[in-house]
Design a protein around this ligand. Structure first.
Ligand SMILES: O=C(O)CCC(=O)C(=O)O
Length: 343
C-alpha cells in the first residue's frame, strides 16, 4: 500500500502536502478474509479511515461518472437551480447551502456545491411518505443525456461495495458476517450519494473559510471517490487539543471509507467516527460521497458484542430516520431561503 500511495502522489500534478496520513488498504478481491478483517479492524481502531480497492466497479465507469458529474456542475446556475434540493434531500445544493462546523465557519458555509441522489422510490409507494425516501430529482434528459442512467448504475454498484465492506466490519466486531444485511439495515438502506464540486476557492481556516467544515458523518459508513486533487483532511483524535490535521492522499479508482456516528453508537465507541474536513488549494476538485445508513425504522442500539457489565451502553437507542432528519436539519439551509431569493 505504501507503494500505491507513493505512486498516487507522483501522479498528482501538485506536490504532496507534507503531512499525509498512512491508511490501511482493504483489497476486496483478496480471498484471505482474515487479513481483510485484521486490516480493517486495525484501521477502525486507529483512525476510522481506510482505502478499499478492487471493489468491482471498473475504472472506466468511475471516469464516466466523474465526467457526467462535471457536466452537471458546468451548467449555468439557473439550470442547476431548476433541480434544487427538495425536502427529501434530493437534488442540487448550491455553494454555502451547508454549514458543517458553525463554531469555526463564522457566518458562512461550505464552499462546495453538491447533488444528492437517493434510492429511487415511486411517489405512490407507501414508504415514500418517510423522510429520505421517494423519487429522485433528475436534470432533463435533453440537457444531460444518459446522466440519470449513469448515476443510477453507480448508486446500485456502490451499494454492493458498501454491503461487502459492512460484512468485514461485522466480522471485525465479532458479529455474524451478514449482521448488517438484515432488511431493516442494509437490506433497505437510506443510501445517499452526493456528487461534490469544489470550484477552486482557497480555504483559510484563520478566516473560517473551508471547502467543507470539520464534521463526522452521520451513518454507518461513507464511501468516498475523489479525483486526484488533494483536499481531504482527517483529525485522528477528535478530543485532542490542539487538533492535528493530516491530508488523505487521493487514490483514483479506490474508495476512501470512513466510519460514521451511527457505527460509533452501535459499537459503543469501540469504533469511533472520525472528524474530517476539506481544504481548497485553488484547484478545482470533484468527489463523490456515498453515505450508507440503515432503513428509516432501524433502531440503532448498542451491539451485543460491544457491551458488558464493565462497559455498559453509552448511548440510548435511536431510530435512524429521526436521528438523520435532525442532523440534516442542523447542517443545511432552510429551503425558504431560496424561495425568498427567487421572489
Ligand atoms: O469531498 C470530500 O473529500 C469529502 C466530503 C465530505 O466529507 C462530506 O461530504 O461529508
Amino acid at each position: 500500500m505504501e507503494n500505491l500511495q507513493k505512486k498516487q502522489q507522483q501522479q498528482n500534478d501538485t506536490p504532496a502536502p507534507t503531512k499525509v496520513s498512512f491508511l490501511n488498504c482493504i483489497d476486496l478481491s483478496n480471498p484471505d478474509i482474515h487479513l481483510s478483517v485484521s486490516l480493517l479492524k486495525q484501521a477502525c481502531l486507529d483512525c476510522g479511515f481506510f482505502y478499499v480497492i478492487n471493489h468491482g466497479i471498473t475504472p472506466e465507469f468511475m471516469e464516466e461518472v466523474f465526467a457526467q458529474s462535471k457536466k452537471f456542475f458546468e451548467l449555468p446556475l439557473s439550470e442547476k437551480m431548476k433541480v434544487l434540493r427538495n425536502e427529501k434531500h434530493r437534488g442540487f445544493t448550491p455553494v454555502l447551502d451547508e454549514l458543517l462546523d458553525p463554531d469555526n465557519q463564522v457566518h458562512v458555509g461550505d464552499y462546495k456545491e453538491g447533488y444528492y441522489i437517493g434510492v429511487e422510490l415511486p411517489e405512490d409507494d407507501p414508504e415514500a411518505e418517510k423522510p429520505f425516501y421517494g423519487p429522485n430529482v433528475w436534470p432533463e434528459e435533453d440537457i444531460l443525456p444518459g446522466w440519470r442512467q449513469t448515476m443510477e448504475k453507480f448508486h446500485r454498484e456502490t451499494l454492493e461495495v458498501a454491503r461487502a465492506v459492512a460484512r468485514i466490519i461485522a466480522l471485525a466486531l465479532d458479529l455474524e458476517a451478514d449482521f448488517f444485511d438484515k432488511p431493516e439495515m442494509l437490506g433497505h438502506p437510506i443510501a445517499v450519494m452526493r456528487l461534490l464540486h469544489y470550484a477552486g476557492q482557497i480555504s483559510d481556516p484563520s478566516k473560517g473559510l473551508y471547502g467543507a467544515g470539520a464534521h463526522s458523518d452521520y451513518g454507518l459508513i461513507t464511501l468516498l471517490a475523489t479525483d486526484d486533487v488533494y483536499g481531504l483532511q482527517i483529525c485522528k483524535d477528535k478530543d485532542a487539543q490542539p487538533q492535528v490535521w493530516e491530508f488523505v492522499a487521493p487514490l483514483k479508482g479506490a474508495f476512501i471509507v470512513n466510519l460514521g456516528d451511527m457505527l460509533e453508537r452501535w459499537s459503543n465507541c469501540i469504533f469511533k467516527s472520525t472528524l474530517h474536513r476539506v481544504l481548497g488549494n485553488g484547484q478545482e476538485r470533484y468527489s463523490i460521497a456515498y453515505f450508507v445508513e440503515p432503513s428509516h425504522d432501524c433502531l440503532v442500539e448498542c451491539l451485543p458484542t460491544c457491551k458488558s457489565e464493565k462497559n455498559p451502553p453509552m448511548f440510548p437507542p435511536i431510530k435512524c430516520g429521526a436521528y438523520l432528519s435532525q442532523r440534516y436539519k442542523d447542517t443545511h439551509a432552510d429551503l425558504n431561503v431560496y424561495n425568498k431569493h427567487q421572489s
